[in-house]
Design a protein around this ligand. Structure first.
Ligand SMILES: *[C@@H]1O[C@H](CO)[C@@H](O)[C@H](O)[C@H]1NC(C)=O
Length: 392
């Protein structure tokens, strides 16, 4: 999810954490490129992982908070930083299907202390769809799985305890921030698990998110592109999109305001659709309109989407995303077109927006790729994969 507004009272927090992906050593890059398999075996700690489930537009990650461990399902979000969950007692919580986490039942929950008048450490985050969470920071034990068979326990993890949150889907209890900021899950895992994430999203069912050695995406058919992390736009994983092809028509970002050399699109697991900036986006839409032999339908969601009456997805052109470094992702039609619930209408899963809104490569477009983020080599890798079959 893209953050519009963020205020986190972070006094006394950063004395023991190293936050930046630049902190990882050259030695590690060397070991990884030369000795992939030996690195896996010499990591005796095992690789952390969590199960994920699909919820109509978001991918949820299962993790446990507290002692005894209490399972929550929260949005797996590479576009934001904080790990937060709704907490009792609520000032104003949104309807949540699962019971809300009750810190008073956990022996490891501790409110952070800051030099505010009541010594609490308040935070407030507003996401770009206007949903928000407000609460206080706490330290708590967070537990996920590990390939060693032992639970992967993260004691004293800083989490947000959200007591005024609106409006999110009832199917999840919060958000797991996975960007490269200091408070994200991946950063708080510490030096033994340096910025390695992989996930594989399917349009249904369960899957996994992997961390550490097990999250390296390599082998036949893998394409990689440079990841840009900038302090000017902290936290986002930027990629550089060179062009988009609609069928055989290739539309370059070069020569448009969208062109950049150091990242022009955020890869975000917590956004459903893909967002492209206005003038470039219009060129892509025109190319789709040029070849689709069907009657336009009104956009149901008032997002100015491109929709058509059709009984089949077959009439739509294949879209290829060309990321820099030759990382061409030939997308399945499912990735780029979706059918409305009532049926008979398909829409392009790309929304045109205007700066300063970020361009976003969303989770629907990433379906059926094993996607790996490597913060030490600064690469994001994609491997075309049947995600529903991968771990089942
Ligand atoms: C919750 O936050 C919203 C948005 O900042 C605010 O308008 C509202 O008054 C808050 N509600 C409570 C009960 O504190």
């Amino acid at each position: 999810m893209i953050v519009l507004f963020l205020q986190i009272f972070t006094c006394f927090l950063f004395t023991t954490t190293t936050s930046s992906p630049h902190g990882f050593t050259i030695d590690l890059i060397h070991r990884r490129s030369n000795a992939y398999s030996s690195q896996v075996s010499d990591t005796q700690l095992g690789s952390p992982y969590a199960n994920t489930v699909f919820d109509s537009s978001m991918y949820l990650m299962k993790l446990q908070v507290g002692t005894p461990p209490y399972e929550i399902e929260a949005v797996l979000d590479t576009g934001s930083e904080l790990i937060w969950t709704q907490c009792l007692p609520c000032l104003h919580c949104y309807d949540q299907t699962a019971p809300i986490f009750d810190p008073s039942k956990s022996s490891t929950f501790k409110e952070k202390r800051c030099d505010t008048h009541d010594h609490s450490c308040p935070y407030e985050i507003v996401y770009n769809d206007k949903s928000y969470t407000k609460g206080t920071l706490a330290t708590e034990t967070v537990t996920i799985h590990s390939t060693s068979g032992e639970p992967f326990v993260m004691a004293e993890t800083i989490i947000g305890c959200g007591r005024n949150n609106s409006v999110f889907s009832p199917s999840f209890s919060g958000i797991v921030g996975l960007n490269w900021g200091s408070l994200s899950l991946i950063t708080q895992m510490g030096g033994a698990y340096p910025g390695l994430i992989s996930y594989c999203f399917a349009g249904k069912g369960t899957s996994k998110i992997n961390f550490g050695a097990n999250a390296i995406v390599a082998g036949d058919g893998v394409v990689s592109t440079t990841m840009f992390v900038t302090t000017a736009k902290p936290g986002f994983y930027y990629l550089n999109l060179d062009a988009v092809s609609v069928g055989d028509t290739r539309i370059e970002t070069l020569g448009t305001p969208f062109h950049a050399l150091k990242g022009n699109i955020v890869i975000d697991s917590g956004s459903t659709y893909t967002y492209l900036p206005g003038s470039f986006c219009n060129l892509v839409r025109e190319a789709v309109e040029y070849v689709v032999p069907a009657v336009r339908a009104a956009d149901p969601m008032d997002n100015d989407m491109l929709c058509y009456y059709s009984d089949t997805i077959d009439i739509f052109p294949v879209i290829t995303m060309h990321f820099s470094g030759g990382a061409d992702l030939v997308l399945d039609k499912y990735n780029m077109y979706f059918e409305l619930n009532r049926g008979g209408v398909f829409c392009l899963a790309i929304i045109c927006n205007n700066p300063p809104q970020e361009a976003i490569f969303g989770n629907r477009a990433q379906n059926n790729f094993l996607v790996g983020y490597d913060s030490s080599s600064l690469l994001v890798s994609f491997s075309p994969t049947d995600c529903s079959a991968l771990w089942n």
